[in-house]
Design a binder for this molecule. Structure first.
Ligand code: FAD
Length: 317
């Protein structure tokens, strides 16, 4: 069984930043790429808010630079998905989908989160080309355009209000006529002249066009759940606000999470309930969910792991 001082699970901004710091601290470091090497940014085109790139950078390109930087300091990158962990013994054990076993003195969980999908027709085609799950990331691209927000919770109201800074109109589509969102948030949305509502309604299909090889959402097909009436509406952008699922299932026997599955970390640190296991990025952050905050928390996790190892290593050996 191969042994490393630090095993990092996930190669998004959080995991790869942790890898840069851990390997630069001269810890033997392995990182598991999982089912989405490079993480969520690999499914977006332009990233305009990551500092250091005044002209923007393509998501996949940014993540390749992260990876190269980690490898430069000695991080071993493995295209394997961790399918099981055993945090009840030390060194910790990890088993991958290649049926390989690894042991590690410290583990950093950076498995991210996935936006929930509707699985409507055309969604896969226009995801990232008019459909987004992050107004902070993509709102700027929709100046003076017609956008929709799907959802009925606080985050739907927040996303809609945020989008009014850019879009000409924002329509909130919700499958019911009552909202999970707090009254104050609904009221704020209702009072905003740019926001309107399409209630008891679902999106059945995303429609668009392809020009010179570039896909673009142009319309949505909606259905009223009471009348069953359908309509096709012009749409420049659609923002999902129906929640995210943190990729934390395999850790649950050992690691404490909140009710939604987000890993609980202690205070401003990356410490989990298991000493020697740390968490960073979107898998422990239901609030900010940005590349820069994920990277920042990856740095925190590596520093926490390094300090924890230097404090405990001699006792553990
Ligand atoms: C379409 C889109 C556009 C975005 N645009 C921006 C933007 O412009 N600016 C911005 O700041 N943010 C943007 N974001 C948000 C940003 O991508 C995330 O906040 C950030 O990627 C989170 O980083 P992370 O490292 O925590 O996790 P992720 O990027 O989600 O990476 C998780 C990693 O964990 C791996 N993994 C999961 N489970 C396992 C397992 N069992 N074994 C091994 N590996 C595993 C995955 O393969 C992946 O490599 C965007 C998100 C999306 C979806």
């Amino acid at each position: 069984m191969k042994h490393y001082q630090v095993a990092i699970i996930g190669t998004g901004p959080a995991g790869l930043t942790a890898a840069i710091y851990a390997s630069r601290a001269l810890l033997t470091t392995v990182i598991f790429e999982g089912m989405q090497p490079g993480g969520q940014l690999t499914i977006t085109t332009e990233v305009e808010n990551y500092p250091g790139f005044p002209n923007g950078i393509k998501g996949p390109e940014l993540m390749e630079l992260f990876r190269q930087q980690a490898q430069k300091f000695g991080t071993v990158t493995l295209f394997e998905t961790v399918k099981a962990v055993d945090f009840s013994q030390h060194p910790f054990k990890l088993v991958t989908d290649a049926n390989e076993e690894y042991s590690a003195d410290a583990v950093i969980i950076a498995t991210g989160a996935s936006a929930r999908r509707l699985h409507a027709k055309g969604e896969d085609i226009y995801w990232g080309f008019g459909i987004s799950a992050c107004a902070t990331c993509d709102g700027f691209f929709y100046k003076n355009q017609k956008v929709y927000v799907i959802g009925g919770g606080d985050s739907a109201m927040e996303e809609a209000l945020y989008l009014t800074h850019f879009a000409s109109t924002v329509t909130i589509i919700h499958r019911r006529d009552e909202f999970r969102a707090s009254k104050i948030m609904v009221q704020r949305a209702k009072e905003n002249p740019k926001i309107d509502f399409l209630l008891n309604t679902v999106v059945e299909e995303f429609l668009g066009e392809e020009k010179r090889g570039i896909k673009k959402l142009t319309h949505i097909r909606v259905r009223n759940l009471i009348t069953n009436e359908e309509g096709i509406l012009p749409a420049d952008g659609v923002f999902y606000a129906i929640g995210h699922t943190p990729n934390t299932e395999i850790f649950k026997p050992f690691i404490e999470t909140d009710a939604n599955g987000y890993i609980l970390t202690k205070g401003k640190s990356s410490y989990t309930n298991i000493p020697g296991v740390f968490a960073c990025g979107d898998c422990q952050d239901p609030t900010y969910r940005q590349a820069i905050t994920a990277a920042g928390s990856g740095c925190i996790a590596a520093i926490d792991a390094e300090r924890w190892l230097s404090e405990h290593y001699s006792k553990l050996k």
